[in-house]
Design a binder for this molecule. Sequence first.
Ligand SMILES: CC(C)(COP(=O)(O)OP(=O)(O)OC[C@H]1O[C@@H](n2cnc3c(N)ncnc32)[C@H](O)[C@@H]1OP(=O)(O)O)[C@@H](O)C(=O)NCCC(=O)NCCSC(=O)/C=C/c1ccc(O)cc1
Length: 344
Amino acid sequence: MVVRLLELFLACAEDSSVKLIILKGKGRAFCAGGDVSAAAHDINQGNWKAAANYFRKEFTMNYVVATHSKPQVSILNGIVMGGGAGASIHGRFRVATENSLFAMPETALGLFPDIGASYFLSRLPGFFGEYVGLAGARLDGAEMLACGLATHFVHSEKLPLLEEALVKADSSDPAVISSTIDEFSLTPNLKKNSACHRLNIINKCFSRRTIEEIIMALEREAADRKDDWLSSTIQSLKKASPTSLKISLRSIREGRLQGIGKCLVREFRMVSHVSRGEVSKDFVEGCRAILLDKDRNPKWNPSNIESISDEMVDLYFSKVNDDDWEDLKLPARSNFPSYAIAKL
Ligand SMILES: CC(C)(COP(=O)(O)OP(=O)(O)OC[C@H]1O[C@@H](n2cnc3c(N)ncnc32)[C@H](O)[C@@H]1OP(=O)(O)O)[C@@H](O)C(=O)NCCC(=O)NCCSC(=O)/C=C/c1ccc(O)cc1
């Protein structure tokens, strides 16, 4: 699907009859991410390069979306996780609905928020991106709109009319497309217990320099009062792969200062190391526990954050030491308007 999408995006860029791209899912999900069982299978067969080459194609597709000359409207009427975010969030318009459910759940899988997430998470308000990426927090459509992951919120029953209006508008002008979507949009209320009401505490805790300090800061807040959001956030962090947490935090922090291309190249080095499994084999273990055996009880190794040294983290950011393995080379992009690059 990744390869086919890439072909279609490239073909649409060349085809002057294509004015805009509408991307939607079929069924109850927009996209629940890459086929994690296939990745685990490749790595278990000793073929880490096959697993990592999947990311090579996927990240290239993410880059083409992010730098596309035609506006993309993604209709996020259901689950949007992992690879699903990569195919949509880099596009110009992201329409959430009452059925949207967004997450970057990778730290629970022994991976890290990839698909260019170090670019878009680091551009969310304050340290909200660190919270979403490290805790794997689930956001609904109203929260996606409030934090900027979505550009519009449209009730699902209006989607057929919206699509019809977009096709009728037949325009590449972002202002025309935006006002067309506006006609069907509303601003939904956030739930009373939404994380979006907790930006102060999120900024206070998730701005800390290390994972250990983030957890300690959350625990200090939790010591003073009973708060379900605090305890479930601490629990999510403690259940996640310690290695994933460490490399994810560094990746999001580096992403703050990098463009989308640099973020994807860095993330590709990181997934190559994750797939190769030199420091940790947590990705295979996470896939087993969450999606294969489904016991939801991964045995992480290293098992605690303190035992992961800076040198171990550094390795994930270094060039892969294998003569037959190349860094990600992104395709040259020309003739795309300036609005096509920075969308968040
Ligand atoms: C919230 C979900 C999406 C739906 O929950 P649910 O409504 O309770 O439904 P189920 O959990 O029962 O899911 C329905 C079926 O779909 C399967 N499934 C549900 N997501 C998936 C899934 N990403 N994969 C492979 N089966 C799945 C799930 O195992 C189950 O299979 P089965 O029991 O055989 O019917 C839940 O399944 C969930 O959290 N899924 C995991 C989401 C996730 O971690 N996504 C992947 C992020 S990482 C990524 O995108 C890249 C991966 C990758 C891929 C290849 C590579 O070489 C390298 C990397």
